[in-house]
Design a protein around this ligand. Structure first.
Ligand SMILES: NC(=O)c1ccc[n+]([C@@H]2O[C@H](COP(=O)([O-])OP(=O)(O)OC[C@H]3O[C@@H](n4cnc5c(N)ncnc54)[C@H](O)[C@@H]3O)[C@@H](O)[C@H]2O)c1
Length: 320
């Protein structure tokens, strides 16, 4: 039987970099695709194809050339950038996903597709603790595209037999790549400003509670979800998954246990409105029952590992 070949589309981004490192460490065959080159040392030796996911022919050609069986489709416009460039965000998020699903459904097809949804599918009215089938009325272009994307995944599974699987990620916190323009980016950026002379300026109010997750658990969720038989999965849209929830004040208090002189100020900007429409936590019992979801990193561990990992490292550049 031919070995699985994994392709990460959006491989140069925050989640793509972590997934590439994980698949590489597991000895899997991996090909990376992105519109821009990867910059992390650990994955520079993996095959890379500069690819625009919105170019159906080019994407299909490269996937076929590498005999790709499994696609992890991460290329997307995130929430904050999406609000400033709504047409671009919609085109990228929809066209990219539809191209991947169309290729997956084609004659040579794909064995599996993973595509991440987001807590952004929920909007004002979903409640502080969003249920799996909670009220979804997204207030951002990003959230609208993720909500529509979930429906497309459901449609391609039911009508074209595509094995596409998804989770609703909260804010993701990792060390290897800069955040790409989301509403939870402060929780990554702050670790590059712990010893600044000036207080760190947080763009959310200090009592803004949001669900968050360490990248190790984000990658674990993919590995777990993709490895169970399809028949075990009741959800054909995207599973809620919860790891921890905190607000900036709680994160910064935990940081101060390690860096007593750390100072911050909060100056909420337009991202506060986005955050205000999102739930503070997700109810994830279906993911726990169906495929054994169980996060491994809590807030104290997250802060300890982020400080250790960022020590002596060049600052993660600002998103463009
Ligand atoms: N980071 C988070 O906190 C978070 C939370 C919830 C969901 N997600 C989802 O996870 C996925 C990955 O997020 P991320 O944080 O790694 O994003 P990111 O912005 O860091 O990375 C996205 C990558 O996509 C690439 N890209 C952009 N346009 C492209 C195109 N036309 N063709 C090919 N590649 C293109 C970018 O160059 C970038 O490397 C996205 O679907 C995102 O919505 C992320």
């Amino acid at each position: 039987m031919a070995q699985d070949v994994h392709c990460i589309i959006g491989a140069s981004g925050q989640l793509g970099t972590e997934m590439a490192l994980s698949l590489k460490a597991a000895g899997e065959r991996v090909v990376l695709m992105d519109i821009k080159s990867p910059s992390h040392d650990g994955i520079l030796d993996l095959p890379f194809e500069q690819t625009d996911v919105c170019d159906l022919q080019g994407l299909a050609h490269r996937l076929s050339k590498h005999n790709v069986s499994h696609v992890h489709h991460f290329a997307a416009a995130l929430s904050a950038r999406g609000e400033t460039e709504p047409q671009w965000a919609w085109d990228l998020n929809m066209r990219g996903l539809l191209n991947v699903l169309e290729i997956a459904a084609g004659v040579d097809g794909l064995a599996q597709v993973f595509w991440p949804s987001s807590i952004a599918v929920f909007g004002p009215g979903s409640g502080a603790w969003a249920a799996q089938d909670g009220h979804r009325l997204p207030g951002t272009v990003y959230g609208i595209s993720k909500n529509a994307g979930e429906q497309w995944c459901n449609w391609y599974h039911r009508h074209r037999g595509v094995d596409v699987r998804s989770v609703r990620y909260p804010g993701l916190i990792g060390t290897h790549a800069p955040p790409g323009g989301g509403t939870t980016d402060y929780a990554v950026e702050v670790f590059d400003h712990l010893n600044d002379a000036e207080p760190y300026t947080c763009f959310l109010a200090e009592d803004t509670q949001l669900p968050m997750m360490h990248m190790d658990d984000a990658v674990l969720a993919i590995t777990q979800l993709m490895s169970v038989p399809r028949s075990a999965l009741r959800c054909t849209e995207a599973y809620n998954i919860q790891a921890m929830s905190f607000d900036p004040a709680t994160l910064f208090a935990e940081i101060r246990r390690h860096v007593p002189n750390f100072r911050y100020r909060c100056a909420p900007d337009f991202r506060q409105d986005i955050a205000a429409g999102w739930p503070g936590a997700l109810e994830d019992s279906m993911a726990r029952e169906d495929w054994g979801w169980k996060p491994t990193v809590d807030l104290p561990e997250l802060v300890t590992s982020m400080i250790a990992a960022r020590k002596g490292q060049p600052q993660l550049s600002q998103p463009t």
